[in-house]
Design a protein around this ligand. Structure first.
Ligand code: EAX
Length: 324
């Protein structure tokens, strides 16, 4: 009798332990840069929030430093369902969801406030709604930051200084078409190959936000940094529909809210890096050009803008630039 009770107790305990175990789903989240970088900070807040909000039923395993591949590969994996989450720049996203391309236009946004207001407002939210029909769930906008040029050859103040430089770009046609008007020779390449390409001199330069230049230690392989801020680089927390479709409505709300909080934390880290990181890069040996001739770059871009207007609609571009 006693033994029976013990056995029953044991099996009950084991059953509960199994149930608790079975209830925890670990989601794979990937991103391009380190766990300490803006992507890592945003992803960590997101993951902490889903764990709290689902009482531990969901948690994450982080794959920083492009461990799961370049951003295009990770988005494909999310679409296929072999990866659960990716915190990615919009770089390759327009190849999956064409409606995203408009926010990749150079010199579209005046500053961070403008960009964030558009992303969080009806225009940005309408873009997020385009993802499910392409087999991807867009939980929220996060952020990569305004992009600046670095190179190993010379100071860039105006477009003629950039002319002739072989620059790695993202796999993004909107960027490449714009940068050609600066005279740059754009070379599209996945991010994981970039450090080696800079080191070996396969390309002269690249362009990325301060948090990426810092966390990827580009100061080791690039001498010149020009604060061109020539394009805003939005980012997104994307999720596989395979996981999303299993969530209850309440859990879906938890995930979306968590992604928004993650995005806010990521933006704060971008701000911090913009404020403190440039001095750090100077200490690391970079020569920083703060007096970039923005007007000359905008002027150079005019022919590309005519094409953007054709492709995206001048009205749609104006709707974005009009946001105050
Ligand atoms: O998203 O590819 C790039 O240059 C991106 O800015 C980087 O991977 C972070």
């Amino acid at each position: 009798m006693k033994l029976n009770r013990l056995a029953a107790g044991l099996s009950l305990g084991l059953g509960l332990a199994c149930a608790a175990y079975a209830q925890t789903t670990t989601l794979k989240i990937g991103y391009a840069t380190t766990k300490e970088s803006h992507y890592g900070v945003g992803s960590t807040v997101f993951c902490d929030e889903i764990e709290k909000g689902t009482q531990g039923r969901y948690k994450c395993q982080h794959f920083p430093n492009s461990a799961l591949g370049g951003e295009r590969e990770q988005i494909e994996a999310v679409q296929l369902g072999t990866q659960d989450l990716v915190n990615t720049s919009t770089g390759p996203v327009g190849n999956f969801v064409p409606e995203v391309k408009i926010v990749d236009i150079p010199f579209l946004f005046r500053d961070y406030d403008h960009a964030r207001k558009v992303m969080d407002g009806p225009i940005g939210q309408d873009i997020l709604a385009k993802f499910p029909s392409k087999g991807i769930i867009a939980l929220a906008w996060t952020e990569n930051g305004f992009r600046h040029m670095t190179n190993s050859k010379r100071d860039i103040v105006k477009p003629s200084d950039a002319a002739g430089l072989k620059m790695r770009t993202m796999e993004n046609k909107v960027h490449m078409d714009g940068y050609r008007t600066f005279g740059i020779l754009p070379t599209p390449m996945a991010f994981p190959e970039l450090f080696g390409a800079l080191q070996q001199g396969t390309v002269d330069g690249q362009e990325n936000p301060i948090p990426v230049i810092l966390s990827s230690k580009f100061a080791q392989v690039q001498k010149h940094l020009s604060l061109t801020g020539h394009v805003y680089s939005p980012a997104l927390l994307l999720m596989s529909p395979r996981v999303w479709n299993k969530l209850s409505d309440a859990d879906k709300k938890v995930f979306v809210e968590a992604a928004r909080k993650g995005g806010a934390a990521q933006r704060k880290k971008v701000n911090d890096d913009e404020n403190n990181g440039i001095a750090q890069l100077e200490k690391d040996g970079m020569k920083v050009i703060r007096t970039v001739d923005g007007a000359a770059f905008r002027e150079a871009l005019k022919p590309a803008y005519a094409n953007y207007a054709k492709e995206f609609g001048a009205d749609n571009i104006k709707k974005i630039t009009d946001v105050q």
